[in-house]
Ligand binder design. Structure first.
Ligand code: PLP
Length: 462
């Protein structure tokens, strides 16, 4: 293929990148990274340099890159029926089949799947449906949504509000008033070092209950949460967290939205994070792993209880006033069908259970003893290493030193992509499910070399 020498210049001139330091990029202070092709767990840039992608894009290419079965399904669908809408009862073979496949795999009590395009718009849908439901049920005051600090639920207006990260609020006039945030289940960063995990879970539940009581239970509609915190730090919940939280939600009739955009379809080694932690959601948000990002598609899986209120609502008010042009897009749905088939045929979730502990164990043995490593944590194929200035005191580095990004950059120079998580000096790993044990060992080896390059054998001051 001919190389277009102007591409890097056009990139700076014409392309508005998401989640990017816009000024630095436009000035050419950060490199343009132009990816050309990918296969398995590896991506290749336009210069032919290959990288082991230990974050599966944005933890979404779960079945791995270059799967011809999905590419063929997309091409065949585009040839046969590139588009028809799903309004007023329309559908395609692919979208109906995919809805059935999702429900067949869903936890008990789920009724229907609404399709969107991104995790963000799926969570917008969820909030709208809950507001609609509570109006239909005659409780119009019950509208507030509780999220957690460090939760990530998207970057729209409502979903950016739900996201509990400062960067997504500051200067955007968010969060909205209907959104409340409560304690993050982040045991490593607990204020009281003497708390056990169970004590800390009870503390989180007590904080949630106090918030609900302060606001008035009649005003609180739902709690939204990732089964294990994702973008906010990749943090599995402390022991007992979900059981105590569920009890509070049940007591005040607060619905649970399980945001499974990252955890759905196997990332934790079970089909659902909800299943893994014994959660009982009323709505499940899905995206990323639904198509392994071969095409943009998301979904909201709603429970029988919500569905029956929605049916009642349309009997009383007419057709539901909610929909996108591209809801249930046939090409994306065909990608989803092929992707879920592949997940089963290759038994990839079993590989998550097998290789996940290898990766976590290798990271622990390579880095666990380093004086600037505060914690190595993980579940399934979702792991993180958190760096601290002082390990005993759990004192964090000054964010201005950008220790996490420096370590990720040192890994990149060695051909392995890890993600410097946006808040904190945390390096994240969420590779494709087809990762091999050798690749897992290589990730840990490269991480250790990068840490040695960046921090030597340990630093405690600037
Ligand atoms: N929810 C969770 C848990 C996510 O991790 C993300 C994205 O990373 C989203 C929602 C938003 O999804 P999208 O970026 O597709 O809008």
């Amino acid at each position: 293929m001919l190389t277009n020498d102007l591409l890097a210049a056009w990139d700076r001139e014409a392309f508005f990148h998401p989640s990017t330091h816009l000024a630095q990029h436009a000035r050419g202070e950060t490199p343009s990274r132009i990816i050309r092709t990918a296969q398995g767990c590896e991506i290749e840039d336009r210069d032919g340099t290959r990288f082991l992608d230990a974050f599966a894009g944005l933890y979404c290419v779960n079945v791995g890159y270059g799967r011809q079965e999905i590419a063929e399904a997309i091409a065949a669908q585009a040839r046969e029926l590139a588009y028809y809408h799903a309004y007023v009862g329309h559908g395609s073979e692919a979208s109906i089949t995919l809805a059935k496949m999702i429900l067949d795999r869903a936890p008990a009590g789920m009724s229907k799947v609404y399709f969107g395009l991104s995790g963000s718009d799926a969570n917008e849908t969820n909030v709208k449906l809950i507001w609609y439901m509570n109006n239909i049920l005659g409780r119009p005051e019950k509208k507030k949504i509780v999220s957690r600090w460090r939760g990530y639920h998207g970057s729209g207006l409502m979903t950016g509000s739900l996201t509990g990260l400062d960067l997504f609020h500051r200067k955007f006039d968010l969060p909205f008033a209907q959104v409340l945030h409560t304690e993050a289940p982040y045991y490593f960063r607990r204020a009281d070092p003497d708390m056990s995990e169970e004590d800390f879970s009870a503390f989180c539940a007590a904080e949630l209950e106090a918030l609900i009581l302060r606001e008035g239970p009649d005003t609180v509609a739902a709690f939204i949460a990732e089964p294990a915190l994702g973008t906010g730090g990749l943090v599995p919940p402390p022991q007992g967290y979900w059981a105590t939280i569920q009890a509070v939600l049940a007591k005040y009739d607060v619905l649970l939205i399980a945001d499974e955009v990252v955890t759905g379809f196997g990332r934790l080694g079970a089909m659902w994070g909800s299943e893994f932690y014994g959660m009982r959601p009323d709505i499940i948000t899905i995206a990323k792993g639904l198509t392994s990002a071969y095409a943009p598609l998301s979904g909201s899986i709603v429970s029988e209880r919500i569905w029956s209120a929605l049916e009642r609502g349309t009997d009383e008010n007419g057709a539901i006033g909610h929909g996108w042009t591209y809801s249930a897009h046939p090409v994306a749905a065909a990608a989803g069908v092929a992707n879920l088939r592949l997940l089963d045929e290759l038994d990839l979730i079993a590989n998550v259970r097998r290789v996940g502990p290898v990766l976590l164990g290798a990271l622990r043995s390579a880095l666990g003893g380093h004086p600037n490593v505060g914690e190595v944590r993980g579940v399934g194929l979702l792991c993180a290493v958190e760096f601290v200035e002082d390990r005993a005191a759990r004192r964090l580095f000054d964010p201005a030193r950008k220790v996490g990004p420096a370590i990720a950059a040192a890994m990149l120079r060695r051909g392995v992509i890890a993600r410097a998580m946006p808040q904190g000096d945390i390096i994240g790993f969420a590779p494709p499910f087809c990762l091999t044990e050798d690749e897992a060992e290589r990730i840990a080896r490269v991480a250790a070399e990068a840490v040695a390059e960046t921090l030597g054998s340990g630093v405690s001051s600037a």
